[in-house]
Design a protein around this ligand. Structure first.
Ligand code: ADP
Ligand code: ZN
Ligand code: MG
Length: 621
């Protein structure tokens, strides 16, 4: 119940297009019709199962009115009636149609020669059913392909690329902010695409393949589009996941097609998103072998070797896992130029906010720098989302400008999902949450090195969060000292310790606090070498290939005894932090109560209000 920015899950796909829904409807109707047609013939009354012996007995007694002989089965009607209808029967009998003794019995005992060989369902009905099934299949297929499932089956080798022929409103570098280094490196590429002849005349070597590397949402796709937009060349794009096909050879055919089309329109830009989906290191025999992907990858390698970059074609690709790429892909002459697209820093975030706020009326006195300071860890996509949320919130309140308040609420939405004011919380639970959050806030404010508290709230939002304490780092921190980490652990423990002091026991509401505190402690011991007992040694599992000897799931190069010592050290760090946090909060009990009271009264308090309370109850060590 301690909240730093976290990313909302991307929304589910929006409503499907009308055509898809119609096709889905047709599929359902056709399936129902087909099933009903087939079942109709059998359902009116379910036939009574008779053993052959019973059947023969009935037959001889004259109790059988009519008989149908099908391969392996006899069926028909008995003389016996229920509710005015003849009782139907079914008797399994292998070779029924070739049993001569049976034929004799039937001839003798079935009245009026009412026995026949069954020709199967009547021709009319069966063709109707077949037609129904066919329609259902086609409709299902259409639905699936529209939803992106098996569309490739229809498209076969054709690239489903989006071709951006010199658009009216192309993306340019003005739309990209906060990643200036990447933009700087790409300017040369734009120059080349604009005037390939100039470079050819000078004999300069132009990169063929440029790999954009960075976490999702940092603007890689945007950058590639901007390069094409700035240069005014066609943009051919494909996503790596499109290549992973169900039919062998389809992916390879697509690659050929893509390069052929791009070459016919040179100068042009090819963009392959999610390169890792095809470019994973080729399987080391047997395990996890994926033939299709290998073929696609091979074709890509061939295609990249096959064109000379002086024709004015540049291939760009994006990935967030460069380490998984096949070595052959990153060799000279292929994707040999890496451009890192990092998460934006404070200034970068401010610039990105400015780009997206261009078309939004911003209220006077709203400082986007402050908004940027509230959003460490946000990537470009999150910030775009934030501006959108803030604008929506302002519109909902019929405001003519978006103000700071809308942005703050927007941050909270992007971080933790929409507020749930309607949720009914029991008052005793609310009180516990108030003490818990007051604990986090008070510990954070009492330890000099920690991030300042921005806001404390007991309004539930998102699943499993009773409240939150929001911190606002003054600047992005890249390095954390040992004492900062320990203070961070104390802050995380502050919530449960406050509950313990107030109620004598803890609740299950603090799972994630404990998880994170434990994680930090474990990293301190095993990765950062901060434990005197284990020494300045990294006990991190390296991402070693499962194919190498000694690799695999339980890959650790240290002994079980060391593993136990790590556990004990983690435990010691947490116990120490717990003890000092307890001391601190016990000492500041009056302040804790005052903050909890204020939370119960106002539900949310900001930094200034918190400061005002703390001034009234100063620390007296
Ligand atoms: P990636 O391809 O790295 O996952 P995208 O390029 O698809 O990220 O980014 C998604 C959206 O987020 C973009 O369309 C843009 O609106 C916004 N965005 C991301 N990064 C930036 C940035 N650096 N500057 C401006 N907008 C950005
Ligand atoms: Zn908490
Ligand atoms: Mg992308």
């Amino acid at each position: 119940m301690n909240s730093k920015p976290r990313f909302r899950l991307p929304g589910l796909p929006g409503p499907f297009p009308k055509k898809t829904l119609v096709a889905a409807g047709v599929a359902v109707v056709a399936i129902v019709a087909a099933v009903a047609t087939m079942a109709w013939r059998r359902w009116p009354e379910s036939p009574r199962p008779l053993a052959y012996g019973q059947f023969e007995k009935k037959l001889v007694e004259g109790g059988v009115a009519r008989v149908k002989i099908a391969p392996g089965e006899l069926s028909g009607e008995l003389v016996e009636k229920v509710a005015g209808k003849a009782v139907r029967f079914r008797t399994p009998w292998p070779n029924a149609e070739r049993d001569e003794r049976l034929a004799g019995l039937l001839a003798k005992h079935v009245p009026g020669g009412n026995y026949e060989a069954d020709a199967g369902p009547s021709a009319g009905w069966s063709s109707a059913a077949t037609l129904g099934i066919l329609i259902a299949l086609v409709a299902t297929f259409v639905v699936l392909s529209r939803m992106g499932g098996v569309g490739s089956v229809v498209a076969f080798g054709k690239s489903r690329h989006k071709l951006y022929e010199r658009q009216d409103d192309p993306v340019t570098f003005d739309d990209v902010a906060g990643i200036d280094e990447a933009v700087g490196e790409l300017r040369e590429v734009v120059e080349f695409l604009r005037r390939p002849e100039k470079y050819q005349a000078l004999g300069g070597r132009i990169p063929k393949g440029i790999l954009l590397v960075g976490p999702p949402g940092t603007g890689k796709t945007l950058l590639a589009k901007a390069v094409a937009g700035e240069a005014g060349v066609p943009f051919f794009s494909l996503s790596g996941s499109d290549f992973v096909e169900m039919f062998a050879g389809v992916g390879a055919a697509r690659v050929r097609n893509l390069f052929a089309q791009a070459e016919s329109k040179a100068p042009s830009l090819i963009f392959i998103d999610e390169l890792d989906a095809i470019g994973k290191a080729r399987s080391a025999g047997g395990v996890g072998h994926h033939d299709e992907r290998d073929q696609t990858l091979n074709q890509l390698l061939v295609a990249m070797d096959g064109f000379a970059s002086n024709r004015g074609i540049i291939v760009m690709a994006a990935t967030n896992r460069p380490e998984t790429l096949d070595a052959a892909l990153v060799r000279p002459g292929r994707f040999d130029r890496n451009i890192v697209v990092d998460r934006p820093d404070l200034v970068g975030r401010e610039q990105i906010l400015k780009v997206h706020a261009r078309n939004v009326p911003i209220g006077e006195g709203l400082d986007l720098r402050q908004i940027a300071a509230m959003t460490p860890g946000f990537v470009g996509a999150d910030l775009a989302n934030l501006v959108n949320e803030a604008a929506l919130l302002a519109a909902r309140k019929n405001k003519s400008q978006v103000d700071r308040h809308d942005f703050e609420e927007g941050v909270e939405r992007v971080v933790a999902g929409p507020e749930k004011r309607q949720r009914v919380i029991r008052r005793d639970e609310q009180l516990r949450i108030a003490h818990h959050e007051a604990g986090h806030a008070l510990v954070a404010r009492s330890l000099p090195g920690t991030d300042p508290v921005h806001k404390v709230s007991i309004v539930g939002r998102g699943a499993g969060m009773g409240g939150f304490t929001m911190y606002r780092p003054e600047d992005d921190r890249f390095l954390h000292t040992q004492s900062w980490l320990i203070d961070h652990i104390r802050t995380l423990l502050g919530g449960t310790v406050a509950e313990e002091l107030t109620y004598g026991e803890v609740s299950d509401g603090a799972t994630s606090d404990l998880q994170r505190a434990t994680q930090v402690a474990r990293k301190m011991v095993a990765e950062f070498g901060m434990s005197p007992r284990l020494g300045r040694v990294s006990y991190q599992t390296q991402g070693r290939s499962p194919f190498l000897p000694g690799g695999g799931a339980n890959d650790s190069s240290w002994s079980e005894r060391t593993a136990r010592e790590i556990d004990l050290e983690v435990r010691r760090i947490l116990d120490d932090a717990l003890r000092s946090t307890r001391e601190l909060l016990e000492r500041r009990r009056p302040a804790l109560e005052a903050v909890a009271d204020a939370l119960m009264e106002r539900e949310t308090i900001d930094a200034a209000q918190l400061q005002e309370i703390l001034d009234r109850f100063p620390d007296a060590p």
